[in-house]
Design a protein around this ligand. Structure first.
Ligand code: ATR
Length: 265
C-alpha cells in the first residue's frame, strides 16, 4: 500500500486528507493519506521514521514549513525562494522539499478566470501567505505589484525581496489594477470584512481571496455584485495538492467540481 501523510500542530482542521482521500478512491489507488499531529519536539524523529515505515512523502503545515525546509537534502527553486516547504518526498534515503503554494495560487487563478499577467496587481496583506502570492505573480511576469498592509513595516520588508513590488497605503486605491488579491485574515468567518473600495476597478478586473471559510467572502460578494470575475480560495488548497499526489501515488490528479464537493462535505 502506498502511504502519505500531512504533519502539523494542530492538524485536525486540515482538509488535505479529504483531498487526497477523494483522489485515491477516484483513481482506484491502493493507498492511504493520514493526518499526523506532530509537535516541533517530535519533528526530527518523525522525518526519520516516516520513510522507514514506508511513507512516500508528506505534506507539511504550520508550524513546520520552515523547519522541514532546513532539514531537506534537496529543495526546489520555488521552495528555496520561500525558505519553506509544504510537500516532502522521501526517495533513496533523502528528503526532497517543494513548496507548491505559489503553483496552487496561480493554477486556481487561471482555472477560475481569464486573468493575464500584463496589468498591475494589488496584494492586500504581508504575512506568510502574501509571500507565496508575490512569488507566484513575479514568476508569472506581472509588471507591477502594489503591496498594501495595515502594518506598513511588514510590507516594506517583504517588498525588498521582490524587485517589482511597490508599497501602497492601507487601504489602497485600486485604479488600473487587473487583479486584486486578499491575503489577510479579513473576511474569514469570525473576522471583520475587508472593506476596500472596488469602484475604481474596470469591468475586466479579477478579485480573488485566499480565505475560503466562507467560500464567498464579503469582498468576493461585493466584487460579484459589481459584475467582476471572482475566484475563491478553496481552489488554491486543491491545486497545491496536485504535485504531492502525483509524486507519491503515481497519478496526476484532476481538480474538478467533484473534488470541491467532496472537500466541502
Ligand atoms: P498568513 O500566513 O495567513 O498570511 P499572518 O502571517 O498572520 O498569516 O498574516 C496575517 C495578515 O492579515 C497580515 O497581513 C495582517 O496584517 P498586519 O501585518 O498589520 O498584522 C493581516 N490582518 C489580520 N487582521 C487584520 C485586521 N484586522 N486588519 C487588517 N489586516 C489584518
Amino acid at each position: 500500500m502506498k502511504l502519505a501523510a500531512v504533519i502539523g500542530d494542530p492538524i485536525s482542521h486540515s482538509k488535505s486528507p479529504k483531498v487526497h482521500g477523494h483522489w485515491l478512491s477516484r483513481y482506484g489507488i491502493n493507498g492511504a493519506y493520514v493526518p499526523l499531529h506532530v509537535t516541533a519536539d517530535d519533528l526530527g524523529q518523525t522525518l526519520d521514521l516516516l520513510p522507514r515505515l514506508g511513507f512516500r512523502g508528506c505534506n507539511v503545515t504550520l508550524p513546520h514549513k520552515e523547519a522541514v525546509f532546513a532539514r531537506a537534502d534537496q529543495v526546489t527553486d520555488r521552495a528555496a525562494r520561500m525558505g519553506a516547504a509544504n510537500t516532502l518526498t522521501f526517495r533513496d534515503g533523502q528528503i526532497l522539499a517543494d513548496n507548491t503554494d505559489s503553483l496552487g495560487f496561480l493554477s486556481n487563478l487561471r482555472a477560475g478566470s481569464e486573468w493575464t499577467a500584463d496589468t498591475p496587481v494589488v496584494v492586500l496583506g504581508a504575512g506568510g501567505a502574501a509571500r507565496g502570492v508575490l512569488d507566484a505573480l513575479t514568476q508569472a511576469g506581472v509588471p507591477e505589484i502594489r503591496l498594501s498592509n495595515r502594518t506598513r513595516a511588514k510590507a516594506d520588508a517583504l517588498a525588498e525581496l521582490f524587485p517589482n513590488v511597490v508599497v501602497a497605503e492601507w487601504l489602497p486605491d485600486l485604479s488600473g489594477a487587473g487583479l486584486v488579491v486578499n491575503t489577510t485574515a479579513l473576511g474569514m468567518a469570525g473576522q471583520p470584512p475587508l472593506e476596500v473600495d472596488l469602484t475604481a476597478l474596470s469591468a475586466d478586473a479579477v478579485v480573488t481571496d485566499i480565505v475560503y471559510t466562507p467560500l464567498e467572502t464579503p469582498l468576493l460578494a461585493a466584487a460579484r455584485g459589481r459584475g467582476l470575475t471572482t475566484v475563491d480560495g478553496l481552489g488554491m488548497l486543491l491545486h497545491q495538492a496536485v504535485p504531492g499526489f502525483a509524486a507519491w501515488f503515481g497519478q496526476t490528479p484532476q481538480v474538478d467540481d467533484a473534488l470541491r464537493a467532496a472537500v466541502l462535505e
